[in-house]
Write a protein that binds this ligand. Structure first.
Ligand code: A2P
Ligand code: 11C
Length: 346
């Protein structure tokens, strides 16, 4: 059966990984098309052993496309996703544009795949920091109920896309060559530095990235009683976000019980043996699909609490892989269709 898939933003850091993920997982597409801005039209991007010619994204390109996976920024999604849905093409969107829209399910396949039922044409892929945290916390929430989450992140520059990767590389080179590094992407130097600032500051003095973790968690868990507070930090690492997570639960769970529970959880790999110096680190998790969890300890300052250290490849599970898994789940559930093509056109 014919199945045409598009990657929008195919020249970007996430878009390239999406093409690689579709190929590696042998996604059953009969045709894959690559789109980006007019700047890249006619250039080529790798797809397995082949190359795809990049086409310019326009409003009328979606006719005949069944699924479009977007990773081209919020404004591109805002403008083009409704046209895709209008053409009967189901959108899986990696930007923050549609995440909190009531019409759009926000899905991590290991956590809330059932939210895909009844979708109206646009499905949102959560923020990378939220995805890896919830893959690890969902089994704990189901077992003992999570009351409160306190999270601090250590986020890689690839979260900013290709330009973030280039900035860290260039600044590192400049410093080694005794040149003053220029800040083009971040407000301050990222090489050999740490920035407690991701995305824009909001009225409440939190950043947008921090509030994404708060609001997306409530929507994905479908549980307004879960309290989340976050500090999001950019570190000079190319790939993989790390998170120090403290949770308070309704019922007691020991560290040992947590290790056993998570070792059976989908998408999770427990990597935790202090005596053997085993704990997850970005340099060793790059390119992997799993969310790694280590440093599992009981919080000795409260009755029912745990500390965890969670690491995952932000470009893979945090973006490309999660989006492709959503597409796979849509196929499995026979949901590759748009019931009403006008929902997003007003
Ligand atoms: P292009 O390379 O043509 O600019 P990253 O997050 O790594 O910076 O990648 C962003 C992706 O989004 C790129 O593929 C980029 O294409 C694409 N993109 C940015 N703006 C647009 C637009 N207006 N229309 C289509 N694609 C866009
Ligand atoms: C970062 N988490 O690491 C961001 C990237 O809302 O999709 C993804 C931003 C988003 O900078």
């Amino acid at each position: 059966k014919k199945l045409t898939v598009a990657v929008v933003g195919a020249t970007g850091a996430v878009g390239r990984e999406m093409l690689k993920t579709l190929h590696d997982r042998q996604f059953p597409a009969t045709e894959v098309r690559a789109f980006a801005s007019a700047r890249s039209a006619g250039t080529k991007v790798p797809f397995g052993d082949d190359e795809l010619v990049v086409q310019e994204l326009k409003e009328d390109v979606f006719e005949g496309i069944d699924i479009a996976i977007f990773s081209a920024g919020g404004s591109t999604s805002e403008k083009f996703a409704p046209h895709a849905a209008h053409a009967g093409c189901v959108v899986v969107d990696n930007s923050s544009q549609w995440r909190m829209d009531d019409r759009c399910p926000l899905v991590v396949p290991e956590v809330n795949p059932e939210h895909l039922e009844g979708h109206q044409g646009i499905i949102a892929n959560p923020n990378c920091s939220t995805i890896q945290m919830l893959v690890a916390l969902k089994p704990i929430h189901d077992a003992v109920g999570i009351k409160r989450i306190v999270v601090s992140t250590y986020q890689a520059v690839s979260g900013t896309g290709q330009k973030g990767l280039e900035e860290l590389e260039r600044q590192t080179r400049d410093l080694f060559n005794m040149r003053e590094p220029e800040n083009k992407v971040y407000p301050y130097r990222i090489a050999f530095n740490v920035l407690p600032h991701i995305d824009v500051f909001l009225e409440n003095d939190y950043t947008k990235e921090e509030m994404k973790m708060v609001n997306e968690t409530v929507k994905i868990f479908n549980d307004p009683t879960v309290k989340v507070t976050a500090t999001c930090v950019r570190v000079p690492v190319f790939y993989c976000h790390s998170e120090a997570v403290n949770i308070e639960t309704h019922k007691k769970m020991t560290a040992k019980e947590c290790r056993i529970l998570l070792s059976q959880a989908p998408g999770v790999r427990v990597f935790d043996n202090p005596r053997e110096k085993m704990y997850p680190m970005p340099a060793y998790c790059v390119g992997d699909d799993e969310t790694y969890v280590g440093r599992i300890r009981e919080d000795e300052t409260i009755e029912n609490g745990l500390n965890l250290w969670i690491v995952a490849d932000n470009v893979r599970k945090g973006a490309a892989l999660n989006a492709v898994q959503i597409a796979e789940e849509l196929l499995r559930r026979d949901l590759v269709r748009v019931p009403d093509r006008n929902v997003f056109m007003s």
